[in-house]
Structures are given as C-alpha cells and as structure tokens.
Design a binder for this molecule. Sequence first.
Ligand SMILES: Cc1cc2nc3c(=O)[nH]c(=O)nc-3n(C[C@H](O)[C@H](O)[C@H](O)COP(=O)(O)OP(=O)(O)OC[C@H]3O[C@@H](n4cnc5c(N)ncnc54)[C@H](O)[C@@H]3O)c2cc1C
Length: 351
Amino acid sequence: MQIVVIGAGYAGTYAANRLAKKTDAEVTVVNPRGHFVERPRLHQTLSGTGRDVTPLTSMMRKGVTVRVGAVDKIGDGVVTLDDGDSLGFDHAVLAVGSSVTPMPGTVAVGTWEGAEQGRARLAALGPGAWVTVVGGGPTGLETASEVAAARPDLRVRLIGARIGEAFGPQVRRRVLAALAGLKVEVVEDTLTAAGDGFVRVGSGRELESGLTLWAIVSGTSDLAARSGFTVNEEGRIAVDDYLRSVDDPRIFAAGDCADVPGARFACQTAIPQGARAADNLIRLIEGRPLRPHEFRYLGICISLGRKDALLQITHADDSPARTFFAKGPAVLAKETALRGIKVGVRMGVGM
Ligand SMILES: Cc1cc2nc3c(=O)[nH]c(=O)nc-3n(C[C@H](O)[C@H](O)[C@H](O)COP(=O)(O)OP(=O)(O)OC[C@H]3O[C@@H](n4cnc5c(N)ncnc54)[C@H](O)[C@@H]3O)c2cc1C
C-alpha cells in the first residue's frame, strides 16, 4: 500500500507520522524543501529573534520517506513532481497549506522564502529607516511588534483596514496600547501601491518606507484546481464531512488547503484535521466506518515581541469571549503551545 502525503507542514507531517505509526503502508511525504517550517515563527525568523526550521527527517517517524520536490499535478493514482518524476499512490493526503500573494514592491512574511528575504533586507536597514507592515490581522500585529521590539532603532508602521478586528473590544484596546508602547505607528487604511522607498494608501497619502512587509495570508496553492478538483473561491479543495475529496475517494485533505466550513488558516485547525484525515484513511483501509471531523476553537494567541503577548479565549465558533490573558501568562501559553504542537506533530499523537 502506497500513501503519498503532499506537503510537510503541520497537517501533512502529523498525518504522515500517524499513518506510519498505525499502518504498514509505505508513506512518502513530498515537500519543496528538506526542512519543516514553523510558520507561526516566521515573524521571528524575519526579525532575527527565533529559529523556525528543523530537518524534515528529524520530524518524521521511522518508515516515512521524505521526497524533496513540489507536486505539479495530481492525476489518477499518480502525482507528478516539478522535476518530471512521478509517484504512484493507493491513497493520498493533500496538505499544501495556504499561500501568499504579496503586492509588487513588498516582501511576504508568510512564506519561508519571503521571511528569509525580509530578514536580510531588515538587517541591511540603518537607524531611522521606516519599515511598513501591511495587514491588520494576527500576522501583521505579530510582525509589527516583533520588528519594533527587536529593532528599536527603526521606525515601524502598521497599515490595515481593520486592525485587530479578530479580538473583542477590550483585547483590541490592549493590542493598540501595546503597539503604541512599542512606538508602532498605526494607519487604518488600505495599501494601494508600494515602490522603491515609499508606500501609498487609499486616502492618497504617500509615506516613506525602506522595507514593506506583506503580512497577509490569503488563498491556497492552485495545485488542486489545476489538477481538476472542485475548489472554493480561495482555491481550497472541497471535502466531505470526513475530510475526503468530493471528487476522488482515495484522497483526503487537511489544513489550510482544505475547504472545511468555519476553519480559518491556523495550526489550531490544521493539526486536528491532519489527525482526522489520517484516522479516517486508516479506517478506510481497515474497512471501518469513517468518523466526521468535529472541531471547536479554544482561543487566539498573538505575540507582541518576546516579552508580551495576548491570549484571547474564544467561543467554540471562534467569536471572542470576555476572558483574556496578557503579558507573562500569555507569553508562556504561546511558547508552550508552539513547542507542544511541534512535539505532537513529530510523534503523530495528541489529537
Ligand atoms: C507569521 C505567522 C504566524 C502564525 N501564527 C499562528 C499561531 O499563532 N497560531 C496558529 O494556529 N496559526 C498561526 N499561523 C498560521 C499557521 O502557520 C498555518 O495555518 C499552518 O501552518 C497551516 O498548516 P498546514 O499544514 O495546513 O500548512 P503549512 O504549515 O503551510 O504547510 C504546507 C506545506 O506544504 C508545502 N507545499 C506547498 N505546495 C506544495 C506542493 N505543490 N507540493 C508539495 N508540497 C507543497 C509547503 O511548502 C509547506 O511545507 C501563523 C502563520 C504565520 C505566517
């Protein structure tokens, strides 16, 4: 039995390890690079405050084969790689994550390549230079505060139409206060253009910018679409309640690339989906009934530099509850969660 897992992020790595642990199948993971990227630490990579890469082989259980390359197309029981090679499969798990489409003139924060490029560009900036971070969601907030805390000699600006809207009013006020404390200039507007040394916003204002960072994650790889699978408007592959492709019952999908109702792009959603997809694939192989994917949100936690963070507790549907934690307890919660999920993903356990 050949199982191909496409993408070795949180969902794919978890699924591969679970499958290797619980089946005798030959599990092959295809990923464009030979290391595991902790995407939630990419703003740290960029700011030079943390590492985010681990050799993929050390993330995989014994028995999982790592094939470095990108899948170009998924066909009838076969995947074609960008180097022309192909791998046959009895079953596959699609876990290619989400993608970033940076505006020209900006550098993407949400990909490893972009974060590495941003790190080099940031390091080259001299005191007093402006860094503009685009995106008022969690990635933008984390990036602006991380850069501002790591490089107090720079001037940092955050541009977003609705900054911190994922949070309740109390937490949003706390986020804005933290940004002010780090001297981050907040511009509630949309970016309309970015070029050499400047950005322009919707109001028409042109602002100086030595480096413009695109901190918005939107959409997913077009692999599923160009392979002929049903996708939604974000390019996420259509799956049934069991995380199985509605077009090919041999294929499961998990993580940011899967069109699971109510699931935002997050490790918090990707890992349980990786676990459910693997468990249902095991059930399918063993001839047992599949189980529907069920999920409830717990919270949303953002770092605000290395010394501050906010943990907003959420209701099951992801709407903000009244409870939140800040400073030390939230910093600890964030770091413990990131370390804990990495261990869980490596072992294929904990879900
Ligand atoms: C700065 C930042 C901070 C974040 N913070 C948090 C947080 O605090 N909490 C949280 O829950 N989430 C956070 N997220 C979101 C989280 O990182 C993602 O939702 C999560 O990584 C999704 O996991 P995944 O396995 O679906 O995809 P990914 O982790 O993106 O993995 C997908 C893998 O598939 C590979 N791939 C892509 N195309 C192909 C192909 N054609 N062939 C083979 N492989 C392919 C990719 O290279 C990648 O290795 C953050 C994201 C960013 C950018």
